[in-house]
Each structure stands twice: as C-alpha cells, then as structure tokens.
Design a binder for this molecule. Sequence first.
Ligand code: KG4
Length: 333
Amino acid sequence: MYILAIESSCDDTSCAVMDGNFRVLSNVTASQKVHSEYGGVVPELASRAHQSNIIPVVDKALKDSGVKKEDLTAVAFTRGPGLLGSLLVGVSFAKSFATALNIKMIEVNHLEAHVLAHFIKDTPESKVPDFPMLCLLVSGGNTQIIRLDSPRKMEIIGKTIDDAAGETIDKAAKILSLPYPGGPHIDRLSKQGKPTLKFSQSHIPDLDYSFSGLKTSILYTLRDKLKENPNYIEENLCDIACSVQKAVVDSLLFKFEKAIKATKIKNIAIAGGVSANSALREGISNLGTKYGCEVFIPKFSYTTDNAAMVAAAGLFKYLDGEFADLSLTAYAR
Ligand code: KG4
C-alpha cells in the first residue's frame, strides 16, 4: 500500500509518499522565500505560493517515489492547526485528488504529525520509541509536553500559557536584525558566544511554560544596554544570541525534566522546528543519560514542516480504519 501525504499548514508546501511499513519513498518540500523580506509569514502570500507550488511538488514526490498515482491507496493531509488560507489549498487539493482517484482520505493534525515523525522507518532497522513516551514539541507556534500511551493516545500534560519557544527566539532575532526565521541564526551565532546576559523569567506552576516575561526581559535588557553603548548589539552579537538560546533551552528543559521525574517515562523525544536547535539536542541527550532514558531526536529534515510526518500520522489512522469525508474543511486552531 502507498499513502500520499500533503502538508501546507504554514509556509512550506510538502508532499511525501510512504509505503505500508512507514518507509518514506519521497519527501519533497518547496519553502517560500517570499516572506523573508517581511520578517514573518504573510498569510495571503503563503496561500498564493501554496497554490503555485502544490502541483509541481506532488508531481515531483510521485516521480521520486517511483509510485504511479493509480497505485496510491490513500491521501493524507494536514487539516489543522495552521494558517487557514494555506491549509485550504492542501485540503482542497487532497479532496479533489482522492475523489479523482476514488481512494480514501485521511485528515491529520499537524502537531500530532510532528510527534509521530518518530515512527518513520527510513530503514527497516530504524529504531522507533516504545510506549509510554514523552515528547517535547517545540515549534514557532507551539510549546507542549505530550504523553503518548500509543500512537493514537496522546495527552498534553504541559503547554505554554502565552508565547511559544520558537516565537520567543524569532522575536529576539528580529531585535538583533537577523533574517526570519531567526532560530537557525541564533543557533549558529551562539556557538561563538558566551551566555553573558541573564534575563528574568516568569515561573509558573506545574508543567506549563510562559515565555512572554522572557521576551519582555530580552527587549528591556537590550534597550538598556543600547542606551549605554549604541553599538552594543553589533559588538556582542554572539554573546547575546548565546544568552537568548540558553534562557529558552534552560526553560524548556527545566519543565521537561520535571515531567520525566513525575511520570518516570523512559522514552523521551523532541519534535518540531526548534528541535533542530543544537543546545536543545544536547540538553535532551544529557537528560537521557541522567535518567537512563532512550532518547529520540528527529533527523533535521523531519524537524521543520514536512509531509513525511503527515504520512506517518496518516498511516496510523489508516491502520485503524479512520477516514475523512468530503464534508470536512480546514481548521486554524
Ligand atoms: O515547526 P516549525 O517548522 O514551524 C511551525 O511553527 O509550524 O518551526 C519553526 C520554528 C521557528 O521559530 C524557527 O526559528 C525555529 O523553528 N527553528 C530553530 C532552529 N531551526 C528552526 N530554533 C532554534 N534553533 C534552530 N536551529
């Protein structure tokens, strides 16, 4: 069996083909450069770019996989959450494609797909997590600690009450005049810096996160430094980046460690765009060593938005016989 999957929730148009053993046969993504000059994703431009990209991306994914469209078993697609206009392009395409081929449709939740990327088997030997599993999902718009008791049984046991980790890093990068998205630049510059700045953070109970206080503290700290020295940012760029990264990663890992201790779960993972961050990757590996856990860190190509993860989530639903019908539509939240 073969599943074709489509992801179009934000600014990446992606299509993948997966076989029935969770093996990715192709995974093609067209990123949208158009947003970089605006310092963030412009929803209307994103939808238009998805419209131009979707057919060439699907075509290439099919060609790369060597699978003919007549041989597809089902079409999986991201239904939400994300930008409504962007999602509608993928959802509408999936509906018409599945109807034309007379095959099943499977709707996928974008956040679940990020977590289920850990079940992709690039080779038959690829190791996948056992259950229960604890996953720290960190992206531009979400920060969640998720407990999985099976691929279809997920529970959010901690989440941000305001801003997401990626959003905080991107905002700091914007203050430093780095290109959007700022995460990869903060990561790169941090390697040559030291965490010389301390920022204040909000401390909230349980396993929830709050990043709005940190965001404000970064802004005010830099504003004060610039009053003393107008060249402060240029002269200390790497140290500032390193301080921001440390503050965000320490905060992420503090609550995740608390979750490991509280649940005693021995399979731990990170997922989402920010899971590409080198300090976070190192941090979770260290937690694994400290608590004797098996650690799962995604391949870089499965950290950002990609259709391979949608295919994996779709395949689990296919195996459970859970299909979508033509009456459904996209949801933003
Ligand atoms: O999951 P994702 O691709 O998009 C959604 O939010 O859906 O995540 C994008 C986020 C952005 O905030 C970006 O700056 C961040 O992931 N990011 C990173 C790194 N690579 C991407 N943050 C820190 N370090 C990185 N290496």
